[in-house]
Design a protein around this ligand. Sequence first.
Ligand code: PGA
Length: 251
Amino acid sequence: MSRRMLIAGNWKMNGDAAQVDAFARDVTQGSDSLSADLLVCVPFVYIERMKQGLAGSRVALGAQNLAAEVDAGAFTGEVNGAMLADTGCSHVIVGHSERRAIYGETDAVVAAKADACVAANLKPIVCVGETLEQREADETEAVLGAQIAALFEQCDAATLAQVTIAYEPIWAIGTGRSATPEQAQGVHAFLRGQIADRDATLAQSVQLLYGGSVKPDNAAALFAGADVDGALVGGASLKADSFLDIAHAAG
Ligand code: PGA
């Protein structure tokens, strides 16, 4: 089965109004000829501004987090999926390693947030990945296998059908040290196998993104992996030119 390529930008807690405007203008001009799907996930407060800047372009909008609670109510400071859908988002990054490590999001929270996405007709991009210590102790497959198992145990089937998985080795995030194409493809094949053990049809269709220091100069080699269906891009998504160069590498 041929899967579409998705290039998703993760701005993290970066950017300001001027940067949103410049990015939207440049990416709108430069993305017409691309065949990959494009998505940019900006801080909540800039989603509306980015939407206006991207009007008429083929770039989709996403958020980087959402509340696990589905229904509106007394949850000060939180943003639920319905609000994100209402604002024009199609995707939400869920369980990024920074949210797991800094904000204590457990596999159970990540699964609840993935379910909350789908309850609001949003697609969750669920992040998995191992630390450097875990990789060096040869625990990569055990760690990733447990993260996938938790997702399948805790999410309902409707959610699983909508999930995109982003493999982000924590040692490669923001370090300039990407996984090699062989490492990325090896892990993606392992992840697809884990999914196939539970649902062979889903394993064929599920998009597996690679994330961690994806740049214009390493993107094409990473995308050559048969099980690599695109990228979740942090630093290089903050400027339209590098984001578009990565998207071009995806075809
Ligand atoms: P990076 O971040 O591309 O800056 O390494 C990727 C991510 O954390 O999603």
